[in-house]
Design a binder for this molecule. Structure first.
Ligand code: FES
Length: 176
């Protein structure tokens, strides 16, 4: 049979052991947090990416193709300046830029600028698109026009595009 004093000492010892255990777990928790930190920073959404300088786009309104490069972050690595796609950019007036994705919405081929058609041609199944990306031939198999991307002129000299991919084969423009 235990005395009240013995029971009090036992409970004190139990509390002290619990507190010590929590203190030991704290650094481990901090280490886990640092270890998993890259996971928290991965999963970037559709961010604006600097694509080119404004001077690279003449006032003639002819589309120019540019590779889009960005830094890629996965769970534990960061790779700088990785090509992730391409866009056609053209000036539609002094301060307006149009950005179109180069991927054909039909089945994912890359469209070419076709000066003779004053627009774009997909070499895979002959979808044709006007300069603004709309389908200009009802026989085109593409279910929608070329995908427009948000574009901004920053610092009066830089062209930034919100680059993202969209599902092919769908009538609606849905992020992939
Ligand atoms: S992939 Fe472009 S028309 Fe089929």
């Amino acid at each position: 049979m235990t005395t009240p004093t013995e029971r009090r000492d036992f409970l004190r010892g139990l509390l002290a052991a619990g507190a010590g255990g929590l203190a030991a777990l704290a650094p481990a928790g901090a280490g886990l947090h640092v270890f998993l930190d890259p996971l928290r920073r991965s999963g970037a959404g559709a961010d604006f990416v600097r694509v080119t300088g404004l001077a690279a786009l003449p006032a003639d309104g002819i589309p120019r193709r540019f590779t889009v490069r960005t830094d890629q972050v996965n769970a534990w690595n960061r790779r700088a300046d990785v090509p992730v796609g391409a866009v056609y950019l053209r000036r539609t007036d002094e301060t307006e830029i149009q950005a179109l994705h180069v991927v054909c919405p039909h089945a994912g081929c890359l469209v070419d600028y076709a000066p003779a058609k004053d627009g774009f041609l997909c070499p895979c199944h002959n979808s044709t698109f006007a300069l603004d990306g709309t389908i200009n031939d009802p026989k085109s198999p593409s279910p929608r026009g070329l995908d427009r991307l948000d574009v901004e002129i920053r610092n009066d000299t830089e062209v930034w595009v919100r680059f993202q991919n969209f599902r092919v084969g769908a009538k609606e423009k849905v992020p992939a």
